[in-house]
Design a protein around this ligand. Structure first.
Ligand code: HEM
Length: 151
């Protein structure tokens, strides 16, 4: 249990913390200092690395989450409401990440390769909106996961 919960917490920190850093620290500086072309190329390269970390974190979160639910608690009917909420919101977060991965992220990569900067800007704006939603959900899920058992 301690190993699984430690892995679970590390993966949560990487995914949610990474989104917070990108959204609140990197995004405003890049927007202020770089022109459209360099901004889009930079974000594409940042995402190529960060999204690999998100894939790994997501797999670890679901694997350890289900392991704790089924091996430690003995199924979802024996867990608290906070675990049900965490599970539901985590599914929404995973769906939104898959939407970004297969939709606007692909479009951004194509646009940067073919130097279609207007299309790239639209794709990046869609990613930014979706990441803002996922960051909000992620903060709620972390609060549920860590504080839920004390409610
Ligand atoms: C975005 C995805 C998720 C995030 C950010 C997240 C975050 C967290 C955090 C921060 C904790 C507290 C860890 C600690 O006590 O140090 C936790 C606990 C837990 N999580 Fe998640 N989690 C996610 C997805 C899931 C999923 C998909 C499941 C189940 C399928 C799950 C099941 C659990 C369980 C069972 C606990 C222990 C709660 C308790 O014993 O009261 N989590 N989670």
């Amino acid at each position: 249990m301690s190993f699984a919960i430690a892995l679970h917490a590390i993966a949560a920190v990487i995914w949610v913390g990474g989104m917070a850093f990108a959204f609140f620290a990197l995004r405003p500086v890049v927007a202020q200092r770089l022109g459209n072309q360099r901004r889009l190329s930079l974000w594409l390269q940042v995402m190529q690395r960060f999204f690999m970390m998100v894939w790994a974190s997501m797999i670890v979160l679901f694997a350890t989450g289900y392991w704790i639910v089924f091996q430690v608690y003995g199924g979802f009917d024996r867990t608290g409401l906070h675990v049900h909420l965490m599970h539901g919101l985590a599914l929404v977060m995973a769906a939104l990440f898959l939407y970004v991965w297969f939709g606007p992220y692909r479009r951004l990569a194509r646009a940067v390769t073919s130097k279609e900067w207007t299309a790239g800007g639209a794709a990046l704006a869609a990613i930014r909106r979706t990441v803002a939603v996922n960051l909000g959900l992620g903060i709620v899920v972390v609060a549920l996961g860590s504080g839920g058992q004390y409610f």
